[in-house]
Design a protein around this ligand. Structure first.
Ligand SMILES: [Zn+2]
Length: 230
């Protein structure tokens, strides 16, 4: 049963939880796997959803697509309750293991805002971190190194479902696009990663922002490579 609303099961055993970013819960046997954890308060929303809809299962693993606060800040909320293994690429891991200032956006208009706000939204440390690398297989998930949006951005492919993080953003018409330049550390790398991702076959694409693409998703990414002249 497919139901394209946030905070529901959008594909078999895959739940879409929307906050400041998209987060996903995968049912894997008796366990749950989380893709990204949102920010503190929104992570509590993920926990509430698990309690009400999936209460007999526990989160054993968390995969973080990249270090941005709207994707990782809630990891400590999940860790406190479930003590999962938290996978993140080594290049982005410092920001969750040893909280420190993240690189500020380069855009001069929003940079001062982030400079002021950043200390207050600093990631809280998590402890159960393991590094994840390109090509690694964990519980039927293939990890994909997709640097550019951040140095250590990762995507995760499982049973024809691509969890792209912010390497790809989607819109309501089912188009795939590059992440916004102001929040992207290296746009040339991000373009190369977008092309790399287009080389895989997957039916569903669920990204960090924008609605899921539930059919023919890899074709939409290939179209975007053409459209954007990559
Ligand atoms: Zn991001």
């Amino acid at each position: 049963m497919v139901d394209l609303r946030p905070n529901s099961e959008i594909a078999d055993g895959i739940h879409w939880i929307k906050g400041y970013s998209n987060n996903y819960i995968i049912e894997s046997g008796d366990d749950l796997i989380l893709i990204d954890t949102n920010m503190n308060r929104k992570a509590k929303g993920i926990m509430r959803y698990i309690r009400s809809e999936l209460s007999d299962k526990r989160v054993s693993k968390v995969f973080l697509t990249h270090h941005h606060v709207d994707h990782v800040n809630g990891a400590h909320v999940v860790e406190k309750v479930f003590h999962p293994i938290i996978y993140i690429n080594e290049r982005d891991a410092d920001y969750v293991i040893h909280p420190k200032r993240r690189p500020l956006p380069r855009n001069w208009l929003i940079k001062p805002l982030f400079f002021v706000v950043d200390p207050f939204i600093r990631n809280r440390a998590v402890h159960g971190v393991e590094y994840v690398v390109d090509g690694q297989q964990v519980d039927g998930i293939s990890a994909l190194f997709l640097p550019g949006h951040t140095e250590g951005s990762m995507g995760f492919l499982r049973n024809g479902v691509m969890f792209s993080g912010d390497a790809v953003v989607t819109d309501r018409r089912g188009n795939a696009s590059l992440p916004p330049g102001v929040f992207t550390e290296n746009m040339e790398q991000a373009k190369a990663s977008f092309k790399k991702l287009a080389g895989f076959d997957f039916e569903v694409l669920v990204g960090g922002h924008g609605p899921p693409i539930l059919e023919g998703a890899s074709e939409r990414v290939k179209e975007a490579v053409e459209r954007l002249g990559l």
